[in-house]
Design a protein around this ligand. Structure first.
Ligand code: PMP
Length: 345
């Protein structure tokens, strides 16, 4: 069994990270003359806390983990990129990913010149566990699972994810961006059982904070130390830290949004299922629906004419004919249903 140190790229294992002014001294301070900042309080003249200590304490109090098990990034996309840079030697090593899934794993791999071995989901969008494990070799450093999966919308079986966690000897990245909408539980409570598991979550979906760019990676302290070592020193700005901290005081507001979005999802499913050109609405554990139609491009263009934008996923593996439709506000969903009711008439 490999440990984290075995899995790291040589250049990262030996890396001496940049030490910022705010890194070097953390005690009580009266006068800051260490970071060449402008001294006049505007009030953003100071660099932010490079490790976002207060914000992390607030997040883990809600999520149930230790602050040392949490990395905060500029969206979840930042830890995805950092994981490639920490563990995968460009041009030499590879990762395994399900297909179809969230497109950024492939893009981050391409940027880092890492081969992605894509393993198709089964026809009913489940994990093909033997095929995923067979796709791994001694150069496979990470395996990506997104649950609920984008764009299929379903969550994978807990036992299948556990089988992969127990049998793959590398980093398993479990992307739970849509977990707040799902009936299934997060893997966060069992994080400590799996030292090579990284769980991604985000403030961009249920929390309604896509605009402030804040993503979370939960993992063993060892992995978090590595990500913290290679990130840009002040990756989360003061405004984002402050806004997130304010919104975390309103968990009930987030829960109410989720409840309303789930109720709207039922209404949209009901409306879509009455349309003759909709052949299938796939079961969803997320805030979007994957919808099979006979004319995805024509419907997409028709909606664009009405200034309603959905996502054409018809060229994605296993998603022939499919549009992905995000659940909007009640008014937005009504506009969508009114427009679709007029289609082809
Ligand atoms: N993971 C998945 C599965 C997503 O669908 C998305 C956004 N579309 C993200 C991560 C990215 O989230 P963030 O805004 O935190 O970068």
């Amino acid at each position: 069994m490999k440990n984290i140190n075995d899995l790291l790229r040589d250049c990262i294992r030996g890396l001496k990270p940049y030490s910022s002014a705010r890194d070097e001294y953390t005690g009580e301070v009266g006068v800051f003359l260490d970071a060449n900042e402008n001294p006049f309080n505007n009030p953003y003249n100071r660099y932010p806390d490079p490790y976002q200590r207060k914000l992390k304490e607030k997040i883990v109090a809600i999520k149930g983990a230790k602050a040392s098990q949490l990395f905060l990034g500029n969206g979840s996309d930042e830890p995805i990129d950092l994981l490639f840079r920490a563990f995968c030697e460009p041009g030499v090593e590879n990762v395994v990913s399900i297909n179809p899934t969230y497109g950024m794993y492939q893009v981050a791999a391409d940027i880092n010149n890492i081969d992605v071995r894509k393993v198709l989901l089964t026809d009913d969008f489940e994990l093909d566990v033997p095929a995923l494990l067979n796709a791994c070799d001694d150069k496979t450093k990470m395996l990506f699972i997104c649950s609920p999966n984008n764009p299929t919308g379903n969550s994978f079986k807990k036992e299948d994810i556990e089988t992969i966690l127990s049998n793959f000897d590398g980093i398993v990245v479990l992307d739970e961006a849509y977990i707040d909408f799902a009936p299934e539980k997060s893997f966060l409570p069992v994080l400590e059982q799996y030292p090579k598991l990284v769980i991604l979550q985000t403030f961009s979906k249920a929390w309604g904070m896509a605009g402030i760019r804040l993503g979370m990676a939960f993992a063993s302290e060892e992995i978090i130390r590595v990500l913290s070592k290679i990130k840009y020193p002040y990756n989360i700005n003061i405004l984002t830290q402050q806004k997130a901290s304010e919104l975390l005081d309103h968990v009930a507001g987030k829960d109410a949004w989720v409840k309303e979005i789930l109720a709207e999802r039922v209404k949209v499913i009901d409306g879509l299922s009455q349309l003759s050109f909709v052949h299938k609405i796939y079961p969803s554990d997320a805030n979007y629906l994957l919808v099979k139609t006979d004319q995805p491009k024509a419907i997409y263009n028709y909606l664009v004419d009405k200034q309603i934008i959905v996502r054409d996923r018809s060229s994605v593996a296993l998603c022939e004919g499919c549009l992905r439709i995000t659940i909007g506000s009640p008014d937005e969903n009504n506009q969508l249903m009114d427009a679709l009711a007029q289609y082809n008439k």
